[in-house]
Design a protein. Structure first.
Length: 263
């Protein structure tokens, strides 16, 4: 083969390799957004709403790579143990959030910050919630499902129930798994608070404790004053007896001094 033909063939081969490399790079760039999603998660459209589904994805935390235009987010049936502060702050358009059937035992204050304006449905059913501060749901207008959790029935839960709007029909699933009063265990919380005001009971207990403490301090002060007066009287009596034992002239002088001192 002539040298000129070999050069042309080599140039053509190099050109084909460069074109193939360019196509591979282009294909890789097109696939980047899809491969950035957490394993087991995928986007879809549901009734015209942008949905991001991570159901049964074995997640142990709230994923970070969720598209910020998501309207419906499904994180149900995973292993998420708690919700940190600002867990969903980059999802300003979120309407529905499903966190049911996880292992959530703690919700930090501010976990739902940024969702107050648009979120209208929040599912936290079938988790491990025992006690949650009402501040965790501050300003949230969404209807919340809190059923099937091992709740501790106390003033904190009572304040929480008064703060949120429960999903219709879910209130019966909020059952006392534990309580300061044994007879409440196993009963629906709304049934219990119909007869018991946990916060009022707590306030009365606190007031009684304060009264007992104040009475204790008052009794200590009175006891000290009585002891002080008796001790002074005893010292004065002993001094007068001593003066009586002295010669008359010296005694009169000492008695005047003692009387003036007592006065």
């Amino acid at each position: 083969m002539p040298a000129a033909e070999r050069v042309l063939l080599r140039q053509a081969t190099v050109g084909l390799l460069l074109q193939s490399l360019f196509l591979l790079l282009l294909l890789g760039c097109c696939l980047c957004p899809a491969t950035a999603f957490p394993k087991g998660c995928y986007p879809e459209e549901e009734e015209g709403l942008k949905t991001f589904r991570c159901s049964n994805a074995r997640l142990t935390e709230v994923p970070r790579d969720i598209p910020n235009d998501t309207n419906k987010l499904y994180l149900d049936s995973n292993r998420i143990p708690f919700l940190p502060r600002d867990a969903f702050r980059d999802l300003p358009l979120l309407l529905e959030l499903d966190l049911s059937h996880n292992a959530i035992a703690s919700v930090e204050s501010g976990a739902f910050r940024g969702l107050a304006e648009h979120l209208h449905s929040l599912d936290l059913s079938s988790n491990r919630l025992v006690s949650v501060s009402k501040d965790a749901f501050s300003n949230l207008k969404a209807k919340v499902n809190l059923s099937n959790n091992p709740w501790l029935c106390d003033c904190r839960l009572q304040e929480l129930i008064r703060t949120v709007e429960l999903v219709a029909g879910s209130s019966g699933g909020i059952v006392c798994d534990s309580s300061a009063q044994e007879e409440h265990v196993g009963k629906a919380f709304l049934q219990v608070i119909a007869d018991t005001d946990f916060c009022n009971v707590y306030k009365k207990t606190t007031d009684i404790a304060m009264l007992v403490t104040m009475f204790g301090w008052f009794a200590m002060v009175i006891s000290y004053l009585v002891y002080y007066v008796r001790q002074n009287q005893e010292d004065a009596r002993r001094h007068l007896e001593y003066l009586k034992s002295l010669p008359s002239k010296q005694r009169r002088s000492e008695e005047s001094s003692t009387i003036s001192t007592v006065v």
